[in-house]
Write a protein that binds this ligand. Structure first.
Ligand code: UDP
Ligand code: MG
Length: 370
């Protein structure tokens, strides 16, 4: 039988300023899709091939790109789909705590290798009030104030993870609460590898389905202020093809090793209009402008504020020539030489002109936040 999944999706129609709802069918065998307009009761898109999606893109909250439209999956549309997919799409909240943010590249790489999908991610700097609310259950305990001091000392990275049995699987990967105990009892766990002591233990993980939904809501239920500094900065975007290929961790690892500071980070799903606006300076200048736009909104990307002295110039040097083939010949140690495929799938966007560093950081961390 044809394996088929059904969803309800929403698309925000900018021209009409309204949200449209469709029933969306996905046929696994031949990677085809079909869309039905619920309100007007008619076929909206007849069954056709769609290479920009695959089965792992289909989960609630996911944004998929179909013919340059960003569709948000808001629900399962039949019991079969709910039964089959809710099992493999359990969510949990992970936090890379302040002591381990310097290792976030390695940690994100491990997250990918262990089979988790990153649904959302954002670097945040918790206030004392927020940290106290998040750790409410520990109010009054001896370590509470200490824990708040630590959690508010510097930024953390909140990540919504998805996998089959995600909650338990992530807790196992974390290891025991105390980093020293972890090094004795579970030496390959994250807390053993990256944790410091009993309080500064590298990562957090929800402990039950109800805390997972509370904690995911806590971080991602509202817009949070970014940690961007807007000085000595440049913008780096891990492009959608590289995020999909699981290269985010390795790319960040390389950036960290080179001594750059990553002072803001967030996963975005860009609308085509935003991608065009952001890349506007390349229109008419770079022959591949349209392909660049299509790539940038083809799936989630990860934007980062990178800080260093003379950041735009130094970081651009480290990114390497736009064409990875050329990069491999001329600048073999650059990001694009190491991970790039072709001129469009060249793993990262980086700010080109020194005077644009701040503007590009502002585009993602100010303008898109509104
Ligand atoms: N913690 C601490 N001292 C302790 C126990 C916990 O400082 O004796 C901190 C530690 O950072 C831990 C957090 O408080 O991760 C929450 O404690 P919990 O017992 O919920 O551990 P977890 O669920 O994080 O493993
Ligand atoms: Mg806990």
């Amino acid at each position: 039988m044809d394996e088929r999944y059904a969803f309800t999706v929403e698309w925000y129609d900018f021209n009409a300023s309204l949200t449209r709802r469709y029933q969306f069918l996905y046929f696994v065998a031949d990677n085809t899709i079909e869309m039905y307009d619920i309100k007007n009761r008619r076929t909206f898109l007849k069954r056709s091939k769609c290479d920009s999606v695959c089965l792992s893109d289909f989960f609630i909250g996911s944004v998929i790109n179909v013919h340059s439209r960003q569709l948000t999956i808001v629900d399962y549309a039949d019991e079969y789909t709910r039964r089959q997919l809710s099992e493999v799409s359990e969510r949990t909240l992970a936090i890379i705590k302040p002591d381990a943010v310097k290792h976030m590249g390695s940690i994100i790489d491990i997250i990918h290798n262990e089979g988790f999908k990153v649904c959302r991610a954002q670097m945040v700097h918790l206030t004392r009030k927020e940290a106290a609310e998040f750790y409410e259950e520990h109010t009054g305990k001896a370590f509470f104030e200490n824990l708040l001091d630590f959690m508010t000392s510097r930024p953390s990275v909140a990540i919504e993870l998805m996998a089959s049995n995600a909650i338990k699987k992530w807790r196992t990967l974390l290891g025991p609460t105390n980093s020293a105990t972890a090094r004795l009892e579970a030496p390959s766990s994250l807390r053993a590898k990256f944790g410091t002591d009993g309080t500064r233990n590298a990562c957090h993980g929800s402990d039950s389905p109800s805390s997972a939904s509370r904690e995911i809501q806590f971080f991602f239920g509202m817009r949070r202020q970014s940690t961007a500094q807007f000085t000595n900065c440049t913008l780096c975007i891990v492009k959608p093809h590289a995020v999909a290929a699981g290269l985010t961790g390795k790319i960040i690892e390389n950036i960290e090793k080179k001594g750059f500071t990553i002072s803001a980070l967030e996963m975005f799903n860009l609308e085509k209009a935003n991608a065009e606006e952001f890349l506007e300076v390349y229109r008419g200048v770079v022959a591949e402008f349209n392909q660049m736009v299509v790539e940038l909104c083809s799936g989630p990307c990860v934007a980062m504020e990178i800080r260093a002295d003379d950041a735009p110039r130094v970081f651009r040097d480290f990114t390497g020539p736009a064409d990875p083939e050329i990069a491999r010949h001329l600048r073999p140690n650059t990001l694009r030489a190491t991970f790039g495929k072709d001129k469009i799938k060249n793993v990262v966007h980086c700010t080109d002109l020194p005077e644009d560093g701040l503007l590009e950081v502002e585009y993602f961390f100010k303008i898109l936040q509104q």
